[in-house]
Design a protein around this ligand. Structure first.
Ligand code: GRF
Length: 231
C-alpha cells in the first residue's frame, strides 16, 4: 500500500527534506513525499525535490499583507494536492493558530535541540553557552506556540569538550537525518498519535530514538546506561 501523501515545507537547504524523500521511497514506508512548498524561490531544497521528481510550489510570504493570507494559500495548496500529513523541515515562518488547528495531529516539525531546552534560533550556540554535555534534536507535533508542541521523538548526541557551534551543528544534523524519517514513520503509521494534547505511542521502546556514543573507554558506567545507537 502506498504511504500517506506527505507535504514538506522548507525555506532553505533541505537536507532533512532529502532524508525524508529517501525514506519515503523505501517499500513499505508509511509516508511518501509528494509535494514540497517553499516560501523562498531560491531555497536550494527546491532543486532537490525537482531532481527527485516531486512537485514543488513557491509561496512567497512577501506577496501577502499578513500571515493569515499566506497561511490560507498554504492551506489551500496542501489540500488541493491531497496532502494528508505535513512536515516542517527548516521552514522559517511562524504559522497562525488557524492553520495549525486545521492540521492538528498531522503537522510535525524538527527542532535542533532537546526540547524544551533551547527554543528558537541558534540552538547550538545556546547549548554551548549553557555548558550542557548532552544536546540533540526533537520531532514534535506543531502547536500555536513556538517549539512547544508535544514531543514525538528525540535523539541525543554528546557535546565533545572541544565542540564549537559548527561541529556541534554537524553532529546534530546527522542525528536529525536519522530521527526525522523514523518519527515520520511513527506518525504516518499511527504508532504516534496526538490525543488530548499529549502524544500516545504504541510499540515504541523506551530507548528508541536515544542516540548515544558507546561507553567511553575506561568509563565506570555500564554499557546498559550508555547504550549504542538504536535508531
Ligand atoms: C535543521 O537544523 C532543522 O532542525 C531546523 O532547521 C534546519 C534545517 O536544515 N529546523 P535543512 O534545511 O533540513 O538542511
Amino acid at each position: 500500500m502506498a504511504g500517506l501523501n506527505t507535504g514538506v515545507l522548507i525555506s532553505g537547504r533541505g537536507s532533512n527534506l532529502r532524508a525524508l524523500i529517501e525514506a519515503g521511497r523505501a517499500s513499505g514506508f508509511p509516508a511518501r513525499i509528494t509535494l514540497v512548498v517553499s516560501n523562498r524561490a531560491d531555497a536550494p531544497g527546491l532543486r532537490l525535490a525537482t531532481d527527485a521528481g516531486i512537485a514543488t510550489r513557491v509561496i512567497d510570504h512577501r506577496d501577502y499583507a499578513d500571515r493569515d493570507g499566506f497561511d490560507r494559500t498554504l492551506d489551500e495548496t496542501l489540500r488541493a494536492a491531497g496532502i494528508e500529513l505535513v512536515c516542517l523541515a527548516g521552514f522559517m515562518r511562524l504559522l497562525t493558530p488557524g492553520f495549525v488547528a486545521g492540521w492538528q495531529g498531522r503537522l510535525i516539525n524538527i527542532h535542533p535541540s532537546l526540547l524544551p531546552c533551547f527554543k528558537g534560533l541558534r540552538t547550538h550556540r545556546q547549548a554551548l553557552d549553557a555548558g550542557v554535555r548532552i544536546h540533540g534534536c526533537t520531532v514534535h507535533f506543531v502547536t500555536a506556540d513556538l517549539d512547544a508542541g508535544p514531543i514525538i521523538a528525540q535523539a541525543a548526541v554528546p557535546v565533545a569538550p572541544a565542540a564549537d557551534e559548527e561541529s556541534l551543528a554537524a553532529r546534530v544534523l546527522e542525528a536529525e537525518h536519522r530521527l526525522y524519517p523514523w518519527a515520520l514513520s511513527l506518525v504516518a503509521s499511527g504508532r504516534a498519535r496526538l490525543e488530548n494534547g499529549r502524544v500516545r505511542l504504541d510499540g515504541v521502546a523506551a530507548s528508541d530514538g536515544i542516540l548515544m556514543e558507546p561507553t567511553p573507554a575506561g568509563s565506570p558506567v555500564s554499557s546498559d546506561v550508555f547504550g549504542a545507537a538504536r535508531l
